[in-house]
Design a protein around this ligand. Sequence first.
Ligand SMILES: [Zn+2]
Ligand SMILES: [Zn+2]
Length: 367
Amino acid sequence: MVKAVAAVARERGAPLFLEEIELDDPRDDEVLVRVAACGVCHTDIKARDGYGSVVFPIVLGHEGAGTIVEVGSAVRDLTPGDRVLLVSDYCGRCSRCRAGRTAYCEEGPRRTFGAVRPDGSTRARIGREAIRASFFGQSAFATHALASERNALKVSEELPLQLFAATTCGMVTGAGAVLQVLPVDPGRSLAVLGTGTVGLAAVMAARVAGASIIVAVDQRPSRLEHARELGASHVVDTSTTPDLPHTLREITEGGCDAILDTTGSGELQLAAVQALAVLGQLGIAGGGGEPGVPLGSLMVGGKSVRGIIQGDSSGTLGLQRLLQLHQAGRFPFERLVRPYPFERVNDAIEDSLSGDTVKPVLIFPGG
Ligand SMILES: [Zn+2]
Ligand SMILES: [Zn+2]
């Protein structure tokens, strides 16, 4: 048993409480990580607010980074002292995992929002109270977290964990959507709806892909300014743009080859379909919105809509590619990151919601 301090979500929509929890010792296939840093993602906030199958009390946090302190007997490639970045967990056995589509693992819902082990057990407790502590296979809003060999990527000694904790979810999602899924090739056009972490990562990736027109769409001028700095060729402020489809068609001289929606807004998704070029594709990377797209409208023009989870990444491959791009100076995500001490987790969440901070990262004592 390992004692840790965790930010525990106890009820829907309420602030998190810092409490001492007891984590299990690592099982055969598990690793114990001393957490150095953890990014805050909108999915954490959605879970805090009761989205999906979340059961309280639960420890959130799914962008953990830290150092291995103990490994189970079946763990082969990680040893104590290794520094790791944690990604979303998957089973590794189902047909989708075997095909390399781990983002769509059959056990995904249980291993992400369910926050329990595959056998249904919880990883932590306070006294006799069970605490769900396998959120995305990690629950890294805590000084220590259990993960598995599968969802831990070993990184070099030099890599600053405090910064790179920002990369493992939203950045991979935005970059993967552009580089792996949508038809964003040299000379083509992409519009990105919403300029949070996912949207701005998509803008950076579109530059890597060689898109000639990259349009960032938002209603916050400061975010649009960020998007310009990171490579957007055009920006559209929806608060002063009465006809978004018309504006996007004008900028792209006929329609966008690809559009990525990160907002989940049915209204924006409908506008996006209207703004697509013939054979254009709309990627949906922001869930939870109301239905908006009349599907019959896709037929004329051969347009398509594609849902995208975690940028279609397979295991840690999406993250590895992103680290390579960063090393080559082509993915300057550090401009979006703002650190917060762990105990200010609720401030980090509020600043993310208000838009004051694009990407908060919690820094742990000794991290
Ligand atoms: Zn699977
Ligand atoms: Zn996330």
